[in-house]
Design a protein. Structure first.
Lengths: 507, 315
């Protein structure tokens, strides 16, 4: 019988401890009830024990499963046949901590590359002190396809454009993609190791740097976890302002993506129109808070800057003009036959496949996976705002574009609502509460999808283990399925329509 | 043939070579303006060439002499082709030397070498680009030939010189077949010069490239020559279009004023049509690669219709 412990805080979450013998049964049972794997990670608890952690999204909220493993045999039964997205999570956990999933279909290294030897595990206590551990060269065994006329196109990790590094190995016949094998991990920074023994304020700064385009979501999720450990609510105004910045982040990123999606079909005019709008929004950020991408706006117990009445007025006015402009651009794209021809039916992920692979977030909603934390598990400011979730069923590039447009309009409405009804009062804690040990979770709907944070604080108020998970980790494998059967020159478009984070998944 | 003729021939050759980057710059400026961007200087392509000529050439270890020869060959082919087209004066010594079929052949020669050299080093992108280039060109070439045949039947000659003077001699006259041929020619022009909707000359996405994928291995003066040859190719297609469809203003005199007038008209046409090309590129998106056969099939069909119309209507 698992031991259940409810976690404090705004996210409905509880922790269960099970033995590794019961793990598979628990997962199978939860899967039956519609659960989804959010994250899988491990921790070194000292005293000769490791713990495997799983975060499952269920109807009622978030279920955090702890599985203690003995140090002399840190293995557990593989779960990639139950949850498809467990594959890379298991491999990453093995690279970092040496917890081995037995019976896993794929045992290749994931984050390690050749950066440290296979028998060293940087997340173990006492490891990771040296800046440059010895390198052992070993080739990555890519999945190959054989047959007449099949050949391989290696792309990356260095690309012609200024984008993050990732290696893509295409097996093609003519222009048709038979299979894509991705190798990520080039931006692994050891950020989880870095977080160990940091103080709360430093941790929030670090969390905002996991993935630069999701800095608000990452920082908020981490702050949420910290505040739940401290057991104190943040002022209402602070919650509203955090939500305001999160929606602004969503708005800016969606505008940028839509611009890129025009650029990738050669419609440079659309690119400059969308990016002009994005630039206006970024400059507004610069003038309001002093950072174009809103970095370091969230602090423990609130937000850094309180907005004045005139700030609110300018945000409201910007919403009105942006809405008008975006409507105009949407009509332009919808009536452009050339653009629609490129978008419709390209990179399709049918709803059944999306459900099987655990596709979530923006891309999931475009494939009928109706999950948006702002609606499904709303924390305070969203609960009153009655967010409308944007979903589509086609699951192609056009659907992901349509979801982005819908979410822009919804974000604009929310921004308007938040500044209009912004509660008065302080926008952060006046004093800093005494630090204490404990565990907590953060779960925030960023613009790509959910950002999850699991946090364990030590007795002296320093970080023991911090594990952030970007939705990209679960969604990257789906991209490999989305491009199958498409032609090679459509890959950049499909990739951009997902626009997943490299840095966020590499950690 | 007098020495003056040869002087004029040489003059046109130099004019073409020097003017080509300017045309590229002009199209680039218009593209920037139409996208609400601040435009680069008109001289930017020259600066680019200057920079590349001063850079070192880096060659892959597996490169054969073919890779090194191709840039010169390409530039030579384009330079020669430019001298065969009447840009300003019709009776130049070389204009009568070859007919349009040989001209298509010259362009093909350049393309074959470029595609072979692209596969030379053995990178995935080179052969990817070469393969796509061949897909585009083997469909574009018949369409271009049919356009030429339409005009050749109108003037009973495949020599460019007589095709141009034939129209001039008859004065202003509307040919329905020319309208179809003109549209077909425009479609081929876009495809052969790697413009949107067939290829995107500005893209940084390796996997979508056609022309750019073939020249990824070049650097320094080799790249400069290839870029210059591409600019020259665009100018060649523009001049061909002017000679065949807008031949007004071309002069056969060798008097200074006549030449000056024709030259000004030629520059004017380039100015207008260069901007037109940018407009066309701005309003359209790049097609999916497998739409290109349909697109060029349409061009071919239009050209066939043009020639049929000519024989049916006798005009």
């Amino acid at each position: 019988m698992p031991i259940v412990r409810t976690l404090p805080g705004t996210v409905p979450a509880w922790q269960e401890t099970v033995s590794r013998e019961d793990l598979r049964n628990l997962c199978l049972g939860q899967k039956e009830r519609g659960a989804r794997l959010v994250s899988l990670w491990g921790s070194d608890e000292g005293e000769e024990t490791f713990v495997l952690h799983l975060a499952l999204a269920v109807q009622e909220g978030l279920c955090w499963v702890r599985v203690p493993l003995p140090a002399r045999d840190p293995t557990y039964p593989a779960l990639d046949d139950v949850f498809a997205n467990a594959n890379r999570l298991q491999r990453a956990t093995h690279d970092l901590l040496g917890l081995l999933a037995q019976g896993a279909a794929d045992g290749r290294p994931w984050l390690r590359h050749d950066a440290w030897p296979p028998d060293r595990f940087p997340l173990r206590k006492g490891e990771g002190g040296e800046a440059y551990p010895p390198r052992v060269r070993e080739p990555y065994p890519f999945v190959t396809v054989s047959g007449q006329g099949v050949h391989e196109i290696p792309v990356g990790p260095v690309h012609a454009g200024v984008i993050e590094p990732g290696h893509f190995r295409f097996s093609v016949v003519g222009e048709r993609v038979l299979r894509l094998d991705t190798q990520l991990g080039y931006t692994h920074k050891g950020i989880e190791k870095r977080a160990e023994s940091l103080a709360p304020a430093e941790l929030i700064h670090l969390a905002g740097r996991v993935s630069g385009d999701s800095t608000v979501a990452g920082a908020w999720a981490t702050a949420q976890a910290l505040e739940s450990i401290l057991g104190r609510q943040i002022p209402e105004r602070a919650e509203w302002l955090r939500a305001l910045w999160l929606e602004r982040e969503r708005l800016v990123n969606h505008l940028g993506d839509l611009g890129y999606l025009c650029n990738d079909v050669g419609l440079s005019a659309g690119f400059s129109l969308f990016w002009a709008l994005k630039e206006t929004a970024l400059r507004t950020h610069e003038s309001l808070v002093g950072h174009r991408y809103l970095r370091d706006q969230i602090q423990l117990g609130g937000v850094v800057r309180a907005l004045t009445a005139s700030d609110c007025q300018s945000l409201r006015e910007e919403c009105v003009t942006l809405e008008k402009e975006v409507y105009r651009l949407r009509d332009l794209l919808q009536e452009h036959a050339g653009v629609q021809d490129r978008y419709l039916g390209t990179g399709r992920v049918p709803p059944e496949l999306a459900a099987r692979l655990g596709l979530v977030g923006l891309a999931g909603r475009a494939s009928a996976q109706a999950w948006d934390l702002r609606v499904s598990c709303p924390t305070p400011p969203y609960a009153q705002a009655e967010v409308r979730m944007a979903t589509r069923t086609q699951g192609d590039v056009a659907a992901r574009v349509a979801v982005r447009f819908d979410e822009i309009f919804e974000s604009l409405r929310l921004i308007h609502h938040f500044v209009e009804h912004l509660p008065s009062g302080p926008s952060h804690w006046d004093d800093s509460p005494p630090l204490c040990a404990g565990i907590g979770v953060g779960w925030v709907e960023g613009w790509r999808g959910e950002v999850f944070v699991a946090l364990e604080m030590g007795a002296r108020g320093q970080v023991r283990r911090w594990h952030p998970e970007d939705v990209s980790m679960s969604n990257w494998p789906v991209l490999e399925h989305a491009v199958q059967g498409n032609i090679v020159p459509d890959f950049p478009l499909i990739n951009k329509s997902f626009n997943l984070s490299y840095s966020g998944q590499d950690g | 043939m007098t020495p003056v003729n040869w002087l004029l021939q040489g003059g046109q050759e130099i004019l073409g070579i020097l003017l080509a980057p300017l045309l590229m710059g002009w199209v680039g400026i218009w593209r920037a303006w139409l996208q609400n961007r601040r435009a680069p200087s008109l001289m930017q392509p020259y600066r680019q060439l200057f920079k590349l000529f001063h850079k070192e050439v880096v060659l892959a270890e597996t490169a054969s002499p073919l890779l090194r020869v191709t840039p010169y060959l390409l530039f030579g082919c384009m330079g020669l082709t430019a001298s065969l087209i009447p840009m300003v004066i019709t009776d130049l010594p070389l204009a009568g030397a070859v007919d349009v079929i040989a001209l298509v052949g010259l362009l093909s020669l350049a393309r074959v070498f470029l595609a072979l050299a692209a596969m030379d080093v053995g990178t995935a992108f080179g052969s990817l680009g070469a393969r796509r280039e061949m897909l585009v060109s083997f469909l574009a070439e018949p369409a271009l030939l049919m356009v030429f045949f339409t005009i050749a039947s109108l003037n009973a000659s495949t020599s460019l010189r007589f095709m141009v003077t034939g129209f001039a001699a008859r004065g202003f006259y509307l040919y329905p077949s020319l309208a179809f041929a003109g549209v077909a020619f425009l479609m081929v022009l876009l495809a052969e010069n790697g413009r949107i909707p067939v290829d995107n000359p500005e893209t940084h996405l390796e996997l979508t490239m056609i022309h750019e994928a073939m020249i990824l291995e070049y650097s320094g003066r080799h790249l400069a020559l290839i870029e210059w040859a591409s600019a020259l190719k665009l100018l060649i297609y523009f001049s061909l279009g002017f000679a065949l469809f807008l031949p007004f203003g071309l002069t056969d005199s060798q008097q200074g004023w006549g030449i000056l007038g024709a030259l000004i008209l030629f520059l004017l046409k380039l100015t207008v049509m260069g901007a037109g090309l940018a407009v066309l590129e701005t309003v359209s998106a790049k097609q999916r690669l497998f739409r290109v056969p349909e697109y060029l099939g349409t061009a071919f069909l239009l050209a066939v219709l043009a020639i049929l119309l000519h024989y049916l209507l006798g005009s």
